[in-house]
Design a protein around this ligand. Structure first.
Ligand code: FAD
Ligand code: EGU
Length: 475
């Protein structure tokens, strides 16, 4: 038999260091697989109970758009096929106009698509995958209270309120946008941090099947762009759609009765009323309050050789590019690549991870915020359709020169900051192209005028004057 010495799995587990992954959400669970695959002793600490046993999981979005970066990260731990097989491909957006017209706009070439995946299922599958490694232990109902930057000791509160102290060689903070691990970073000198709540909130509504079938075409990301208001719907395996309504909290506050909800939908999303159902809409709209959205940027992502942040803990982004989870998954993949390059030496890997990853995560945070501002400011359905047509058209006539930004972001692993740079460069090329076209038109037109002068009646000046006078006053 042949041995594969290229992997780092050769050391016996007992010699390997202990890695504590704090947070068993999407990124934490995936990270557990990555560290377990390398042979570390992995301990996952999650504040919630085991979601695989819990009945209903409250909290954020029900489904998410999974794209290339996320898939590549899943592939590396052998999870891509499992997840993709339970995802629903979305080949195009379906843009809903106010008058009910639906216009599809493909994401790319045939065979290029994103996937609608169920968040809870994805989380469960990743936790179970992590658990298949004998060197992984999942600790639920462990809420991190604080940790010591001196000793590295973490303090957890258990369900009954009892406290527990735990030590590890490396702490990986995957505890989301309101990270408790990050609190210690904030006390460090030269740590940069910014957090911005946007004025919009979001609300999720379920669109049930009609006669056992999807109420709208299933293989699309449905979108109702209405400037300040926006709705998005992603399909689920149970033939429902999850609609996410985005609008300013100020507007949410104005809608307080069932009748006002119907009035509001009649004005902005009339075609969705019969699909969601007027009665369900009146009820479900008030089921949960609108949720806030926050954008968090910070740097560095590491503290010495002891602790590193990944996923939303390092960079919460607003959901207007469908990249939060994808970027978080790519964090794990990039960290893993650096672990290969630098032989798992934490004192070298952690700073390198910060150096490589901060510019990219900051770039996607900025892009998502830019798209939020853009959509809110002037994106109605006509403008959205127009922009996407122009993007696709330019790409078709100059496939190598002009690549739409969302294509680089969604369907490639082009580093986010490189994608932004290229986007600016493409903008310059397009503008210069337009300027060139304008110049050619003017020059060509002038030439033709001189070469083929139009046959003008030759009127002497003294006869022209009275004519002009006549034009001015018809009386
Ligand atoms: P989380 O999913 O927040 O997980 C953090 C985990 O840590 C949780 O399980 C939590 O219980 C646990 N935890 C928290 N505090 C502690 C503590 N003190 N001790 C122990 N455990 C703790 N992304 C996409 O890629 N595509 C999309 O289409 C998309 N759509 C979105 C739509 C909306 C409306 C929103 C809000 C987000 C969307 N995202 C999307 C972003 C995506 O949800 C996040 O980026 C992703 O969930 C981040 O994963 P995470 O594991 O870093 O954080
Ligand atoms: C928001 C909420 C359409 C899931 C951005 C596109 C999103 C998703 C777009 C949510 C939009 C907006 C892109 C994808 C995706 C588009 C994208 C946004 C999934 C620029 C569950 N966005 N989202 N862009 O191009 O690249 O279709 O909640 F409306 S997937 Cl805001 Cl590709």
């Amino acid at each position: 038999t042949t041995m594969d010495y290229s992997t780092n799995d050769s050391k016996p587990t007992s010699e390997k260091k202990v890695v504590a992954v704090v947070g068993g959400g999407l990124v934490g669970a995936l990270n557990a697989c990555y560290f377990a695959k390398r042979g570390f002793q992995v301990e996952v600490f999650e504040s919630r109970e085991d979601i695989r046993q819990a009945k209903i999981v409250k909290g954020r979005s029900i489904n998410l758009a999974l794209s290339h970066r996320g898939r590549q990260a899943l592939k590396q731990v052998g999870m891509e096929d499992t997840i993709v097989s339970k995802g629903i491909p979305m080949h195009s957006r379906m843009v809903h106009s106010l008058n009910g017209t639906q216009s599809p706009i493909p994401y790319g070439k045939k065979g290029q698509y994103i996937l609608s995946v169920d968040r809870a299922n994805l989380n469960k599958e990743l936790l179970s995958a992590a658990e298949t490694y004998p060197n992984t232990k999942l600790n639920f109902a462990h809420k991190l209270l604080d940790w010591s930057t001196e000793t590295g000791a973490m303090t957890f509160v258990r369900a009954e309120g009892a406290k527990e102290e735990i030590q590890a060689d490396l702490i990986v903070g995957c505890d989301g946008a309101f990270s408790a691990i990050r609190k210690q970073f904030l006390r460090q000198s030269r740590f940069n941090y910014s957090q911005t709540y946007i004025p919009h909130g979001y609300l999720e509504l379920t669109m049930p099947p009609i006669n056992g079938e999807f109420a709208m075409k299933p293989n699309y990301l449905h979108i109702w762009p209405r400037n300040t208001f926006m709705m998005i719907a992603l399909p689920n395996l149970d033939k429902t759609f999850t609609c996410t309504l985005f609008m300013p909290f100020e507007e949410f506050e104005k809608v307080t009765t069932g009748d006002q909800v119907i009035k509001f939908f009649q004005k902005y999303f009339p075609d969705a009323i019969p699909l969601i159902g007027a009665e369900a809409l009146k009820r479900d709209y008030f089921h949960l309050p609108a949720q806030a959205m926050v954008s968090v940027k910070c740097s560095p992502y590491h503290l010495g050789d002891k602790c590193v942040l990944m996923g939303d803990a390092a960079h919460a982004v607003v959901p207007f590019y469908g990249q939060g989870m994808n970027a978080g998954f790519e964090d794990c993949l990039v960290f893993n690549e650096i672990m290969d390059q630098l032989n798992e030496d934490f004192s070298a890997v952690l700073p390198e991870y910060t150096r490589v990853r901060v510019p990219d995560d900051h770039a996607i945070a900025d892009l998502a915020m830019y798209n939020y501002v853009e959509m809110r400011a002037h994106v109605n359905s006509k403008w959205f359709l127009f922009r996407k047509y122009v993007d696709n058209f330019l790409h078709i006539i100059m496939p190598r020169t002009i690549i739409p930004l969302y294509t680089m972001v969604t369907f490639t692993r082009t580093r986010y900051h490189k994608a932004v740079k290229r986007w600016h460069w493409q903008d310059k090329v397009i503008n210069q192209g337009l300027l060139f076209c304008a110049a050619v038109s003017v020059a060509g037109g002038s030439y033709l005028l001189v070469r083929y002068p139009p046959n003008m009646p030759n009127i002497p000046m003294e006869k022209l004057w009275p004519r002009l006078q006549a034009l001015k006053s018809p009386f």
